[in-house]
Design a protein around this ligand. Structure first.
Ligand code: HEC
Length: 127
């Protein structure tokens, strides 16, 4: 009798579990935020948009080089984005050997989030 009751309880718990995809995406972006703050924010800014003045100072390709929310960056697929961070880009040294592929994926997930925030708040003139 007790055994049958346990089976019911255990299977009910199983059915109520979170869909794995959703949960792990949330976690990736949250972990990516922490990595971003520690490894990227000093140059790319809290909002991911960097500053044109800093881009000019370091001799970057263009004034919007540091903006990670712009379409040219957001249009890269996850693998290409991770490769760009890992290999480096122009004046930015790569993070090869400093970030694992898992950490790169977590940062990419976070960059998507701040990219979407920009798309949502769209059409700020001059950006
Ligand atoms: C020491 C400053 C610095 C740090 C730290 C830094 N970056 Fe950069 N990053 C730059 C600069 C400068 C450029 C522009 C390079 C150029 O145009 O020559 C750049 C460019 C990029 C680009 C390419 C943008 C484009 O237009 O294609 C990506 C993506 C990027 N950074 C992501 C990151 C991520 C993610 C991190 C943290 C893991 C990070 N960066 C940390 C300075 C930095």
């Amino acid at each position: 009798m007790m055994t049958a009751l346990w089976l019911v309880v255990v299977s009910a718990l199983g059915a109520g579990a979170q869909p794995p995809g959703k949960t792990s995406n949330m976690t990736d972006a949250a972990l990516g935020k922490r990595l971003y703050e520690a490894r990227c924010q000093a140059c790319h800014g809290a909002d991911g948009k960097g500053s044109a003045a800093f881009a000019k100072d370091v001799g970057a390709y263009s004034p919007d080089s540091l903006d990670l929310t712009k379409p040219r960056v957001q249009e890269l697929d996850d693998a290409a984005l991770a490769r760009r961070i890992e290999a480096g880009h122009g004046k930015m040294k790569g993070f090869h050997g400093k970030l694992s592929s898992k950490e790169l994926a977590q940062i990419a997930a976070y960059l998507r989030l701040i990219g979407r925030a920009r798309a949502g708040g769209a059409a700020r003139a001059g950006r």
